[in-house]
Design a protein around this ligand. Sequence first.
Ligand SMILES: Cc1cc2nc3c(=O)[nH]c(=O)nc-3n(C[C@H](O)[C@H](O)[C@H](O)COP(=O)(O)O)c2cc1C
Length: 197
Amino acid sequence: MIDMVAIYGSPRRKGNTAALLMQAVEGARDAGAVVDEIVLRDYKISPCLEIYGCKKDGECAIHDDFQQIRDRILAARGLMIASPIFFYTVSAHVKILMDRFQSQWVKKYWIDGTPFNTWTPSRKGFVISAGATRGRKLFDGMLLSMKYFFDVLDMEDWDSLLCRGLDFEGDAAKHPEYLDQARILGQAFAKAVRSGS
Ligand SMILES: Cc1cc2nc3c(=O)[nH]c(=O)nc-3n(C[C@H](O)[C@H](O)[C@H](O)COP(=O)(O)O)c2cc1C
C-alpha cells in the first residue's frame, strides 16, 4: 500500500524544489515508506472551467489526467508537495491541480454536507517551497492556498520546509543545510504518517 504521494510542482525537472523533494522522498523511503512520485509537468490537466458539472455527484466533468492524480492522492495517508514561489503563490502547475479539486470541495461541503471546520483530518500534508528573495511574507500566499487545499483533502498541515534565497537551477545544491533538513523532515514525515501521530 502507498503511504504517501510526492508531487513535484515546478516546471523545472531538476530545479530547487525538485532537489529538496527528492531528498525528502529518500528520507521517507529510508524510514520504510512507500512513496508514489508525481511530476506534475508530465500530466495533461486542464484548468478548472467553472462549469460546475461536479454539482451532480462531485465528479469533475473534464476528463483528463486529473482523475488519476486525485485517486492516487486520496488513496494515500500523506502528501508531500513541492512548489516554487511564483508571484508570491504556487506555480501554475500546482494551482491548476488545486483548482480541479474544487470538485472535491463541492462533494465534501455541498453534496455530503460536511459542516465547515468540523472534520477530522485523515491525512497529513508536508509542503516544500523555495523562492529567490528573502522577504518575511514570501511564503504567506502559498501557505494560505495550501491550507485550503489541505482542507479539501481532509489533511492536517504537518510541517513545511520554506527555503529563501534559491533562484537558479542548482542553487539548492549549494545549501546542504536545506537538503539535510529536507531528508530529516522526509524521514520524520514517514514516521508520522505510518504511526498516525
Ligand atoms: C514566473 C516566475 C515567478 C517568480 N516569482 C517569484 C516571486 O514572487 N518571489 C520570489 O522570491 N521568487 C520568484 N521566482 C523565483 C523562483 O521562486 C525561484 O527561482 C525558485 O527557486 C524556483 O524553484 P524551482 O527551481 O523549483 O522551480 C519566480 C520565478 C518565476 C519563473
